[in-house]
Every structure is written in structure tokens, then in C-alpha cells.
Design a protein around this ligand. Sequence first.
Ligand code: SF4
Length: 649
Amino acid sequence: MLVSMANTNSKTAEKQTLDQVFAPGGWLARHHPKYEFRPGQLEMAESVAAAIENRQHLIVEAGTGTGKTLAYLVPLLRSGLRTVISTGTKNLQEQLFYKDIPFLKKLFPQMRVTLMKGRQNYLCRQKLYDIEKQPVLDGMEQVEQYPKLREWEGRTETGDRAELRWLPDASELWKKVDARSEACTGQKCREFERCFITKMHQRAAESDLLIVNHHLFFADLALRQREYATLLPDYAALVFDEAHDMEDVATQYFGVEVSNYRVEELARDTEATLRVKAIKSNEVLTAVGELRRRAELFFEFFPPSEGKSNFDHRENFLEVHRGAYSALTNALMLLQTELSRVPERPEEINNLARRAVELRAAFELVLEGQERNMVYWWERRGRGVFMQATPIDVSALLRERLFEKVDTVVLTSATLAVGGSFDFLKRRLGLQNAKERILDSHFDFAHQALLYTPLHLPDPRQPDFARLAAEEVSHVLKATHGRAFVLFTSYAQMRDVYERLRPRLRYPLMIQGSMPRTELLDRFRSTPHAVLFGTSSFWQGVDVQGEQLSAVLIDRLPFAVPTDPVTAARIRQINEEGGNAFMDYQVPQAVITLKQGFGRLIRSETDRGILAMLDHRMVRMPYGRIFLESLPPYRKTNRLEDVKAFMRE
Ligand code: SF4
């Protein structure tokens, strides 16, 4: 697929070689006050340009400080092809769009770039107007917020909620007015021409470069699979930044989920649409009531204990509860029938009928599907019961739908290689032919970081571990004067160690869950000597530069929980196919996670500090060598005195 954009960029930009842009005294040096020549950056830019030129795929591991965003942006923009960048987070998406792109405008004055997020980030004008006609606002907060939204709707160019700093993350009002596809009537909508989604698609179709995130990208790829309307226009080259997340996000979008919440959402949206559209239909309301009742009876059969469980015994479950299950799917069918009978029904009602059909099909897939490559499982979280069908291996899907369809896919991140090889990544993602590069970091890790692995602690699976680990954490924190992240692989272990240290340490201690994540990070940044205790959500995507973060301590090697239904199914599949799941899957996955976790410490050339791994298996077990060989060349010790001396230096 070759998608070329006519007359894209200025002659100046096209004439400049990559050398002239990146070399000392080149365009970047003249235009960027802080620019510093980094050979790795130029090497990466050349590799990306060659991959586009030769229509090849490319994997590049480029550590923090390589300047990888410019290294892929410049060759993409020079190519004159329509290209896509997919980032792991919305934050990185915005940083590219609002910081790097405006800077590069001087070099590529005619470039057209569109930022695209998932539909739920944008306002639906029609829903906003409908609310005015038929007030469905709950509580004072929504009543106060509504006029502010109306006023903003009149002046915003994009309709992107990121412009609304005052809107709480979990705003109930926003859920009533966002542009998610379930309630969108598309071309039949009166506002279609003015719609923010339509405008975004138009801009995208005329753009050289689209900036999306992995969630939007894989939602699009899954839609293409189902041959529905796609979200992204065709493109010739694609860069995944933070590509270490790809398998997880792809798995999420190629799977199917049903839940009591999804049933309730359909019931609630149906009632709201009847209200907003002033439709009186007792038949539909009765069908909604029936659906709620049947769902409640059905979901009651799931035990109350929190957590994930395998659903291998679906046949037995259905044998016992067939009646309740049929009653639920019949209730969905009844709702669909009653909605289709509404006279002179608006498109919104057809939409709801379609959703009832889709939900019924999803229930059938999750409860009766027999796909070999799917693992079926369920989970209780609070009052929610979620049933899932998740692909065990997405490699064939990605090979067929992505790597064989797009000329050039570039995968980049600071954490892709395991023991100097990309085999794990390529196997999991189904990527066969790709050029490979591991770029030397710009940081001097041997001087900037000391990796401390105390050998006197017991195995982390021993009952005494938490007590002795807490002791060790306190010694390290005293040497670093707090200023640390203490990261855990489990919530229980985090709480245990935190409670042991709370009365003993004089530093301000903060713990995940005590306030929203961004607030916690802001507090950490602004509180001298703070120590933050966290689990998985702090292992990646967190950037704290300077002395404020002088140590990262990790309790144990971050192996995925082997009883997790998806992990267990992957382990089983690899072993059944004659592989060694521990070495082929569990170790490499833990290596990548550990590289992410330790990667929090050194974020700039002047950062320095301690990395502590309290799990001695990294040194004592034969497989520990793979972890050690995969990490940057930190200085290493197992003596606490060296930690103290390093901090005194
Ligand atoms: S086209 Fe869809 S998203 Fe856009 S205003 Fe209409 S209903 Fe809302």
C-alpha cells in the first residue's frame, strides 16, 4: 500500500539530507537552543528513512535521551507519504502534537498533521443540544457545568475534552455528551457536517501525518477485521512509539467482553433516548425492565469473591444455568423487537436495536464460543462482573492484518530487547522480516546509577521476606534521604511493607490509592525527600527528573502472575507446542517490565541514583543472567556501604 501525499513539504526540507538536519552545526543545532548532537539519533533517523525507502519493517531500541521522537518524525515528514505515529499514552501524543510538531513547522512549513484520539474524547454536538430540549441532568454539579460546556462548544475547534481543564476525569456529564460510536447516528445526524468527528476525519484524510495512540490504532484494526467503517484513512508507514505495550493493547481489542455494566448501559441509554426524543412506548420500557431483571438474576450466579477466574467450565455452568442465560438473551431479543416496532423511530432507536443484537452475539461468543486461540474467563471487580474471550496469541492476527498490509512498520521503545535480541518481541507480535537496531544510550549509566542487589534477604516467596525487605528498604532510604520510588509486584506486599515502615521513617511517605495517580505524582515532585510506594501503574510512563528521584527500589522480579487466566493460557499453549514457557515467555516478559521499572531513575544526563533489587534470584538463579545482561551497564554491588558511598560522592 503506497499512499503518497501530493505537494507535501517544502523544497527546503526535502533538499536537506538527514545529516544536514542532525549533524553538529546542522538545521537542528541552529534552530533548537538545547540541541546537542547524538550519533544514536542520526543513526535512528537514517534507519527509519531506509526502512521507508525500502518498504521494510524496523525495530529500534533507543533508550531515554536518544531523542527518538525527532529521529522518526523528520524522516516520516520528508518521505511525502501519509504516515501514522501511534503512542502508548495520550500524554505522549499531546507532547508530539503540541511541542515537537510546532517546532518542526519551520523545517516542514506545509506539513499537515492531525491529532486523533478515541471518540469518547470528543463532544457530540447533537447530544449536547438534545439535553437542552429534554433536561436529563442529575445534581447541581451537572446543572452548573452544562452552560460552560455550551459556551465552549461554540468556540472550540476540535471538541477535544483535553481543552477543559476544569472537567473532572470521571465526569458524569461528559458521559452523557461524548461522541462514542454506540449512540452516533452518523450521516443521518443533523449535525453530521459540523460534527467534530466528521471534521477530524476530514482533516485526517488531508493530512501527511496522523498522531494516534495504541488504543485508537487497535480499535481501528479490529474494526477493519470486522469490515465495519474504519477510523483511519489508509497510510504507507507507521511508527509505534512505546511499542513494548503493543501485545497488551492488541489483545484487549481483539477480544470480546460482556458485563452487567454493559447490559445496564444499554438499559440506561434506552430510557434516556426515549426521554430525550419524547417517545412514549410502554412496550420498550417493559422490555428494559425485563432485561434488567433477567440480567440481575443471571449475574447473581457468579461468586462474590473479587478477582479473575478461568471459565473453562462454561459447559457445566450453562448446564446448570441454561434457563437464566436463555431468559437474558431472550430479553435482549425482546428489547430489539420492541425498539424496531417504534413508529417513525429516529435513527437513535435503530442504533439501540443494533446494540441489543450485538450484545446478544457477544454473550453467545463469550459463553458458547469454541475458538482454540481464545481463553475464556471472568472477573469480579466491585459490583461489576466481566466475562471475557481473549486471544491467547495475537501474532497471526497482527501478521495478517498489520505487517503484511503496511509497507513499513517501525517499532521503537527504550525496552524492546531481551539479552540483546528482539526474538521475544517478534515472536509475540508475528513480525518476521524486520531490520533491527539497538542504539547506544546517550547516558553514562556506569557513572550515573548503582545497581544494588543485597544477597542476605530470603527468597521473596518466603513468609519472612516482607519484614526483612522492609528493613532493607529503610537502610537504602536513609542513604538516599528518601527521594525514592519503592515499587512492588503486588498490592498486598506494598501495603505490608508500607505499614511496617510508616511508624519508623521520618520521610513523607505516599502510597498508591491514597489519591489519584497524577495528584500523587505532583505531590511527590513538590515534596522534599518524599517516598512513593506503588504497584504496576508506576512502573512505566512516569518521568521525574533531578534529585527528587534518587532511588528506585523493587521488591521482586516482575513475573506475570501465573494464575492469571490469560498468562496461564499462554504458558499452557507454549508448553503444548513444545516450547519452554518459562524461558520463552515468562522471563522475557519480566525482563521488559524490569527495564521499564528501573528506567524511571535516569531521565537526564545529570540524574544519578540507586537501583535496588531485593529479589536475589536475579543474581543467584541461572536465568538471572538474562535480566542482568538486558539492563543498561549500571555499576553493580551487593554491599550497602557502596550504596552509602555512591550517595556521598
Ligand atoms: S454525527 Fe454522531 S457524534 Fe457527530 S454530532 Fe451527530 S450524533 Fe454526535
